[in-house]
Design a protein around this ligand. Sequence first.
Ligand SMILES: NC(=O)c1ccc[n+]([C@@H]2O[C@H](COP(=O)([O-])OP(=O)(O)OC[C@H]3O[C@@H](n4cnc5c(N)ncnc54)[C@H](O)[C@@H]3O)[C@@H](O)[C@H]2O)c1
Ligand SMILES: [Zn+2]
Length: 388
Amino acid sequence: MSDFQLQPRIVFGPQALAELHNLPSRNALLVTDKAMVKFGLAERITGPWQQRGVTFSVWDDVVADPDIATVVRGMKVMDAQQPDLVVALGGGSVIDAAKAVIYSLAQTRPQPHAARPHFVAIPTTSGTGSEVTAFSVVKAHEEKLVLVDAFMLPDIAILDPSLVASVPQSITADTGMDVLCHALEAYVSRQASDFTDALAEKVVQLVFSWLPTCWRQGSNLQAREKMHNASCIAGMAFTNASLGITHSLAHALGGVFHVPHGRANALLMADVVAWNADLNGSCSTQAAEKYAHLAQLLGLPAATPREGVTSLLVAIQTLKAEMAMPRGISECGIAATDFNVRLDEMVNQALRDACTPTNPRQPDASALAGLYRQAWAGHHDDTTQGHK
Ligand SMILES: NC(=O)c1ccc[n+]([C@@H]2O[C@H](COP(=O)([O-])OP(=O)(O)OC[C@H]3O[C@@H](n4cnc5c(N)ncnc54)[C@H](O)[C@@H]3O)[C@@H](O)[C@H]2O)c1
Ligand SMILES: [Zn+2]
């Protein structure tokens, strides 16, 4: 038996933000970060609240890749205020922090569900899909822990493309590759279904069609809207199908070396696709067939699974190159000695990551170490061209 869950309600498109101001509240809390205040995005929430006489406060203390200390600070703020409405405005870091705060505070009450405020998530990056997922990633020391609980699902997600127009080029590239990675990992996951496959296929097409335009021309609101929708649709796919070891490896790399989440995925993704497909071997895995089907949908050569997987790998590398992304971890300012010293620790974190069990091929420690080493060098051209 399988299941597919649909929540929250999604309001999307130009002017979608106006929906927030149809929601009743007497006592609202805006969870956000300093960049949202600086870019004037927080004001787009609080201005209308002021006009309507809503009592509110702003907690703008969320840091990128939130840690347990951030969650504890948020619990104190929320406990003191007891809001009836919580609005999370920001990237995945802000939305995840709000989720973890709501969840953790409710667990301290005798009736957690009764203690849950109405929760609206408004993403300002097109990346994590956190606005529709039951996941929250919280850092404990140097390890990213993935909390999974439907209790954290927002009640409403608002996708307004005008909120992502200010995302700088490098974050557009990182977060856009995160979207692609969510779709690829959900598509070959052990929990993939017809429902999640339909979503993942659409996402892959949207990303290859629109991400380069978003990167070149950040103010193109049509391209921004397409990527914003793709991000959310990918979230719907992976909250149901879960993810795979690109994410496990990326969580550990991000936790230990502070590589932004999407960039970490972009660095590891091609090697994981090749490994899942068994490109060095028979290339007859179910994952290989599914990757080849994606290549076909993209109009790329895919007469055999091997040709399809190779085409998809080339397309991924081309997309990264178009956005001037680093090819290998070695290009991310990490010293080789530091990387080698921390390798075992990262491998162990990745092995116990919540995303590992649903990967189509089960890795052991040496397979994961091998994937890190390949991604360190970033010689993907050799990988793709050597196995045609
Ligand atoms: N919950 C999930 O399902 C899920 C899935 C994948 C990743 N994650 C987690 O989400 C986090 C990453 O989230 P992210 O990739 O959205 O990045 P982020 O939220 O960390 O934001 C990255 C940077 O972009 C800035 N920013 C955000 N919106 C902006 C805008 N409109 N204009 C200008 N700057 C803006 C932020 O202030 C921040 O400095 C990681 O901790 C990752 O592990 C969660
Ligand atoms: Zn991700």
